[in-house]
Structure formats: structure tokens, C-alpha cells
Write a protein that binds this ligand. Structure first.
Ligand SMILES: [Zn+2]
Length: 469
């Protein structure tokens, strides 16, 4: 009985943990590595295990850094089931299809360049067809429903409160009479978000594997976050212009729409026309409607009274033509579009049309990774390059903190405090600094063993010993 850590080891993407129990092998998560170019290049390296020898995969949630290499697993010969919450399966239908499309376009673009240099073409990491084949392997497991997936392996999913369908995974393992319970946090939600319930608590485990993204800091309070949003709309309304909000299609967009609806009068949103300019976000919103029973109690109450994400002045723009028509509007529009970090998607077009105008406002509501266009705007770039053109930045750039879908350091600490102090904890899914800060915090709180495995480290579940760190 053992685990190998093959992803999100001292980094925040590429989640992938390999378990072996009684000769059966399964993965928890198979995410894409995202970020700088050389980091992303690691996606095309062969897996450090043979996908054909795997017997099952368990997926914690739909985010691409957890699910994005499933089509590659399919392409590499994996033919077993993929277990996930039904809402995760529905979100993956949108996200993996999109990921396949992006991989195909990226290869096409690269090959045009290579052709001019007379270099041999490269193959897409995977295609939309690989994504569709992987999607057929999904098997739904509801929250709190114990399921035996392999001999000696029982799985229970609990609500992680992160995005729709996100799960904490409890593994009850048995090999030759020895039993072990391993609890994986997946990505833990941020308490008090408008849509999601707080993460479920667990108190029994022999080993806890948990994320540590914000292990070194706390988020701004929700009150502060709402006040900041309100202030941006007030400033923006004084001089007519447009407001652009780059947002992730899944989760963040729905949180924003719901907040808009709740504070429609307070923020005087009737002064604006609101555009949701993202086919993916529109589809994801439909999935949120379908699984509205999973949202927090206050939201479910509203659901009974009608829509959750409707606004009287909301325009959903699906086609490219509809999207382009927004270009003619020079004031009074709030445009929500992806991608959240401005490195792709329709938001780039809106930036091109608006960012050189002094009366335009760009509001960042999510994390901006180093190397992205969003990050350079947040860092105060005075000029940006879009499709080879240099454009002056005259717009006002705002960063509204507090919208994160991840637990902060206090939240992580609270969640793990339910386990007895002698239960060993393995930190994954965090940058080294955040992890170290969190490790110190847990040690000070009296937790005896806190590990930070490197990529490829092996942990024996009988002896609880790590090798290769
Ligand atoms: Zn996530």
C-alpha cells in the first residue's frame, strides 16, 4: 500500500497522486501543468507511470489543473473508469472539450510557424476527440455515498465548497488485513462565499493530504470586497466609459452574477448594460442552474423565487458577431469575459477596444499568475502588446481582493484542526513559500508530522515512511 506524488508537488498546478493498494493502481486527479512556457512543456513528457496499468481514476473537481491531462491519459492508453461527482462530470463536458479545442489550435499555430522554418510539424498534446473519449469514462458518485471502486478501495466524496461538484476524497483502503484511511482535501473552498457551502469537515484519518495555496496569507473580508466593488461602479459611473471584468468562466462568473443580482439596487446597476461575453461561461452557468441544489442554503432559497443569475439588463453574447457588436459601445457597458488572466479569450478584444481610453475601468477579481497579461496590468504596465500592436494603457486598473475560491491560511488551519494532532499531514498544491509558512503554523499548533513531498516521492502507507524527498 503506497502513494507516489506526481503532481502539484510544491507547485499549484498539475495535481496527480498515484495510489497502489493490493496490486491495484489508481490516480487521484490528473491535472494540466499551467504557468510559464517551460513549466507547461512538462505536460508533453511521458507520464512517470504506464497509464495502461491503471485501474481507476478519481477526480476531485473540474478545474483544468486537476482534470486537464485526462484526455492525455486516454490518448496514452488508459481505458478504465473516471469517478467524480456528477456536477464535475457536467463541468468537465464544457472544460475538457474547450481544453481539446485549445490544444488543437495551439498545435496549428505552432505548425504554421514551423512550416515557414521548414521544421517538421508537432502533434497536439491531445484533441477534442481524446477529450470526448475521456468524458465517456466518467462515472458519477454523489456526496456522502460510499462506493467500492476496486478490491480494498472504498471512496466517499464530501463537499469541498470550492466550485460546483468539488470534493474532499476519503479513501478507506485495505491490504492483507491492514486498514488505512487517507483523506485528500482537493481544493478547499473559501468560507462565506455567496454561492458555495463551507467545506465539509472530517475528523478521522491515518493520513491527510491537503492543499496549501494560500497557506501564508488571509483574504480580504467579504464586507471589504463588496465595498470595493461598489466604489468601482461609483467611480466608473461619474465619467461615462466601459467596465471590463476578466473572469474565469466557471465559478467566478457565477459568483459575480449572483452578487450583481443581490446588490443590484445598492450598486445602482440599472445604470449599466451587463454583457456576459463568453459561450463557456454561459454554458457553465446552465450547469450551475442544473445543480442549484448543491449551492448554499441562502442561494437555494432565492432559487425558489426565480433566477439566480438573471439581471434585467444582462445580455448573453454567444456568437463572435454578437461579441464584436459590443465594440460599438463606448460607455455604459459592464463586460464580463474570459480568460480570467487575459492570456486568451474574448477579453483581449475588449481590452484592445477600451484600454487606451481614460474613462475605461478594468476590474481584476481573481489571481493573476506571473507572466500573464493580467499580471502586467495589475503591476502597472503603461503599454501592452496585443496581436503585435503596442497599445497605451490609459484605463483605470482595479484589483478587488477577496473573491478567491480557495480557503485562506485561517480556513486551511481550521479545516485540518479537526484531525487529531498525531495524524500526519502532507502538503500539496502550493508554492514552496506558502507551504513552508503553513508547515510552520501547523508545527507551532502542535502537529507532529507535516511533509512537503517533492515530485516523484514515494510514501509507504503501512510504515508511513517517505522515500526520495
Ligand atoms: Zn480548483
Amino acid at each position: 500500500m503506497h502513494i507516489e506524488f506526481h503532481g502539484a508537488a510544491r507547485e499549484v498546478t498539475g495535481s496527480c497522486h498515484l495510489f497502489e493498494v493490493g496490486g491495484k493502481r489508481f490516480l487521484v486527479d490528473c491535472g494540466l501543468i499551467q504557468g510559464a512556457r517551460d513549466a507547461e512543456a512538462r505536460n508533453s513528457r511521458p507520464f512517470p507511470f504506464d497509464p495502461k496499468t491503471l485501474d481507476a481514476v478519481i477526480l476531485t473537481h473540474g478545474h483544468i489543473d486537476h482534470s486537464g491531462r485526462l484526455p492525455l491519459l486516454e490518448k496514452s492508453g488508459y481505458r478504465g473508469p473516471i469517478y467524480a461527482h456528477p456536477a464535475t462530470r457536467d463541468l468537465c463536458r464544457i472544460m475538457l472539450k474547450d481544453a481539446g479545442y485549445l490544444q488543437e489550435r495551439e498545435a496549428e499555430w505552432e505548425n504554421r510557424k514551423r512550416e515557414r522554418k521548414r521544421l517538421p510539424p508537432v502533434e497536439a498534446l491531445y484533441t477534442m476527440a481524446d477529450a470526448a473519449a475521456a468524458l465517456r469514462r466518467f462515472r458519477g458518485i454523489g456526496y456522502s455515498e460510499k462506493r467500492k471502486i476496486l478490491p480494498g478501495v472504498e471512496v466517499t466524496l464530501l463537499d469541498a465548497g470550492h466550485i460546483l461538484g468539488a470534493a474532499i476524497v476519503i479513501l478507506d483502503l485495505e491490504e492483507k488485513g491492514a486498514r488505512r484511511r487517507v483523506v485528500l482535501s482537493g481544493d478547499l473552498g473559501h468560507s462565506g462565499t455567496v454561492l458555495m457551502p463551507d467545506p465539509a469537515t472530517v475528523d478521522k484519518a491515518d493520513l491527510v493530504i491537503m492543499e496549501s495555496t494560500y497557506g501564508d496569507r488571509n483574504h480580504r473580508s467579504w464586507e471589504r470586497t463588496w465595498a470595493e466593488m461598489s466604489e468601482v461602479f461609483d467611480i466608473a459611473a461619474r465619467k461615462p466609459g466601459n467596465v471590463l471584468i476578466p473572469a474565469f468562466a466557471v465559478g467566478r462568473t457565477q459568483e459575480l452574477l449572483f452578487a450583481f443580482r443581490e446588490r443590484f439596487r445598492e450598486w445602482e446597476l440599472d445604470r449599466w448594460r451587463v454583457f456576459l461575453d463568453s459561450p463557456m461561461a454561459i454554458e457553465a452557468t446552465e450547469v450551475y442552474y442544473k445543480h442549484a441544489n448543491l449551492l448554499n442554503a441562502a442561494v437555494r432559497e432565492q432559487r425558489r423565487e426565480g433566477g439566480l443569475f438573471d439581471l434585467p439588463n444582462l445580455h448573453l453574447t454567444r456568437t463572435a458577431k454578437q461579441s464584436m457588436s459590443i465594440n460599438r459601445i463606448h460607455s455604459g457597458a459592464i463586460v464580463i469575459a474570459g480568460s480570467g488572466m487575459c492570456n486568451g479569450g474574448r477579453i483581449k478584444q475588449h481590452l484592445k477596444q477600451n484600454i487606451w481610453r481614460a474613462n475605461c475601468h478594468v476590474v481584476f477579481v481573481g489571481y493573476q499568475a506571473a507572466g500573464t497579461l493580467g499580471r502586467s496590468l495589475v503591476d502597472g504596465a503603461r503599454r501592452i502588446r496585443l496581436w503585435g500592436e503596442t497599445i497605451n494603457v490609459e484605463a483605470k486598473i482595479h484589483t478587488v481582493g477577496g473573491f478567491s475560491a480557495h480557503a485562506d491560511a485561517d480556513g486551511l488551519s481550521r479545516w485540518v484542526s479537526h484531525f487529531p494532532k498525531d495524524v500526519p499531514v502532507v502538503l500539496v498544491h502550493g508554492e514552496t513559500d506558502a507551504m513552508q509558512a503553513f508547515q510552520q503554523r501547523l508545527s507551532k499548533a502542535g502537529r507532529a508530522k507535516v511533509h512537503m513531498p517533492l515530485q516523484g516521492v514515494h510514501m509507504d502507507l503501512s510504515s508511513m515512511k517517505m522515500t526520495g524527498n
